[in-house]
Design a protein around this ligand. Structure first.
Ligand code: TYD
Length: 145
């Protein structure tokens, strides 16, 4: 789990995804290990998000994610315990790679926004760190997860 301790917000990059253009509408295909640097084990999406709501508010021990604004737009606040940055996602052919050891919050959802997330692991509540101070301490002092 070295990724958790060494990861920084600068490792969390926006990746351009393939876009097959068509007069009748576009298609974005995503292949594990090719368009994303992991095997895709799970896909989930957030929708019907009430105005002003914030999601996320946690870090992961071993989870890799590609976060896509499949529809609409939203901001992702990333925090590695030292630095922070905000990434705005507003096109379905861009994905934000978020690696282990990064605190994230999702906010400023537009009306009707769909946040699609591709991940490398099945859902596991033990993979979450939900207390910010605990996250920061573990990251800083490389405490056991
Ligand atoms: P959570 O990851 O905390 O949501 P967010 O970070 O978007 O605010 O998950 C919210 C709830 O949904 C939580 O009770 C766990 C459940 N859940 C699953 O059962 N499976 C999943 O794949 C995900 C992502 C969440």
């Amino acid at each position: 789990m070295m990724e958790f301790y060494n990861s920084t917000i600068y490792d969390c990059v926006v990746m351009e995804l393939p876009k097959i253009k068509n007069r009748a509408g576009n298609i974005t295909p995503i292949h594990g290990k090719k368009n994303v640097p992991f095997d895709i084990e799970r896909v989930y999406y957030l929708y019907d998000i009430p105005g002003g709501e914030t999601r996320g508010g946690h870090a992961h021990k071993g989870l890799y994610q590609l976060i896509i604004a499949a529809s609409g737009s939203f901001d992702v606040l990333l925090d590695d315990g030292i630095n922070k940055k905000v990434v705005n996602l507003n096109r379905p052919y861009y994905g934000l790679l978020v690696i282990p050891g990064i605190w994230r919050e999702l906010l400023n959802f537009s009306s009707g926004a769909i946040c699609m997330v591709l991940t490398n692991l099945k859902y596991d509540p033990d993979d979450y760190l939900r207390e910010y101070d605990d996250f920061k301490l573990k990251k800083k002092n490389k405490l056991e997860l």
